[in-house]
Design a binder for this molecule. Structure first.
Ligand SMILES: *Cc1c(COP(=O)(O)O)cnc(C)c1O
Length: 376
């Protein structure tokens, strides 16, 4: 038996593009029947999660018959004490992704505008489109730096949110502290700055800020952080926002009570105090970044100086071929097409061994492409 239907979704959803994630390890392994697959596509922590967090997870398994703490009291206390914030300045969410949706639901009426320096993380556009709001993209400059004057110049009465991703995904560039201050001073007071510092721990330059000092000082800013990157808990789905109290209070109106599961809450509280794991992860990343930068230089490739755990590399017209050939060799990276950058590939920094395998593979692919070109 069957029956046709004419059930239509909201018009706003026509504009919502589904998120296209990097290929998963097992997909590639199965498709290509490879023994070894290396994933350098989603900016995950290559050394794995904090072992302290893993221990807490196994000890928490017996609580799974209970609903999680809707207010994440223990985790908030751990974050507040580690970041010198009040627990009232925090909201815990199912990944920072969920927080972007919640912020959109809280502040955006249909026809409102958000400003997004571009290229950047696609979830910002998703949140706006979901609410029928408009995305006003502002290009980064030639060196992928933020142009504050340009951002301020496109502000209108309908502008509700200005997104700043720093370090920015996919470019790895960042907004220096003095520029953030300039932005905060220049914007009219009806605008909330959404400062996504998901990759803050990897930034090593002196003039970098993760934005939290401006939350402490009471500016209209919400800082997004995640446990998916340096803490190595991407699979658990947990992140948080830090903002002045009134902003947190507003966003709490749209939060589902049990959005963050027991295991994620417990693991995150442990991971944020695991200094050893954090330090080790930073070191592996900084060393890997140097290793890859040097190799790209030697190969004569153009890349963007990154303050993050990935590097945007320009391969030119052969970028897609290189992406495909890396895939055939069991190395998953992110092709730039997603950001309208068909000549670029974004490569996450791996362990020293993974980086070596990647460098070898790129060298040999470049060589065969070169040879093919010469015999044509
Ligand atoms: C990975 C990432 C996040 C965090 O996402 P989760 O939902 O917490 O896994 C947020 N912003 C950017 C720019 C990211 O790349």
């Amino acid at each position: 038996m069957s029956k046709i239907n004419h059930i239509k979704h909201r018009r706003a959803l026509d504009l919502v593009k589904p998120y296209i994630p990097g290929k998963t390890l097992w997909e590639v392994q199965k498709e290509l029947r490879l023994d070894r697959v290396i994933k350098l596509a989603s900016n995950e922590n290559p050394i794995g999660p904090s072992t302290n967090a893993l221990e807490v997870i196994s000890n928490s398994l017996s609580t799974l018959n209970r609903y999680p703490d809707a207010h994440s009291v223990e985790l908030k206390a751990a974050i507040a004490s580690s970041l010198s914030l009040s627990t009232k300045q925090l909201i815990i969410t199912n990944g920072a992704d969920e927080l972007i949706t919640l912020i959109s639901e809280t502040y955006l009426e249909a026809e409102d505008e958000i400003i997004v320096p571009s290229p950047s993380f696609s979830e910002y556009d998703f949140g706006a489109h979901l609410m029928g709001a408009k995305v006003v993209p502002v290009p980064l400059d030639n060196h992928y730096q933020f142009n504050i004057d340009l951002i301020v110049s496109v502000v209108t009465d309908r502008t509700k949110l200005v997104y700043i991703c720093s370090p920015n995904n996919p470019t790895g560039t960042y907004l220096p502290k003095s520029k953030l201050e300039e932005l905060l001073q220049s914007l009219p007071d009806h605008i909330l700055v959404v400062f996504d510092s998901a990759y803050s721990h990897f930034a090593t330059n002196e003039d970098y800020t993760n934005g939290l000092e401006y939350v402490r000082a009471g500016f209209p800013i919400i800082v997004l952080q995640t446990f998916s990157k340096i803490y190595g808990l991407a699979g658990l789905r947990i992140g948080f926002g830090a903002a002045p109290r009134n902003i947190i209070q507003s966003i709490l109106h749209v939060k589902e009570p049990f959005n963050v599961n027991n295991l994620a809450q417990a693991a995150a509280a442990s991971a944020i105090t695991d200094e050893e794991h954090i330090e080790k992860s930073k070191q592996v990343n900084t060393a890997g970044r140097d290793q890859l930068n040097k190799a790209f230089q030697e190969l004569g490739l153009h890349y963007t100086e990154s303050m993050s755990n990935f590097i945007l590399v320009k391969f030119g017209p052969v970028a897609k071929e290189i992406y495909m050939q890396l895939l055939m060799k069991g190395i998953i990276v992110r092709y730039g097409n997603t950001w309208g950058m068909p000549e670029h590939i974004r490569i996450s920094i791996g362990t020293p061994e993974e980086n070596n395998i990647l460098i070898e593979a790129i060298s040999s692919i470049l060589l065969t492409i070169q040879l093919k070109g010469e015999t044509k």
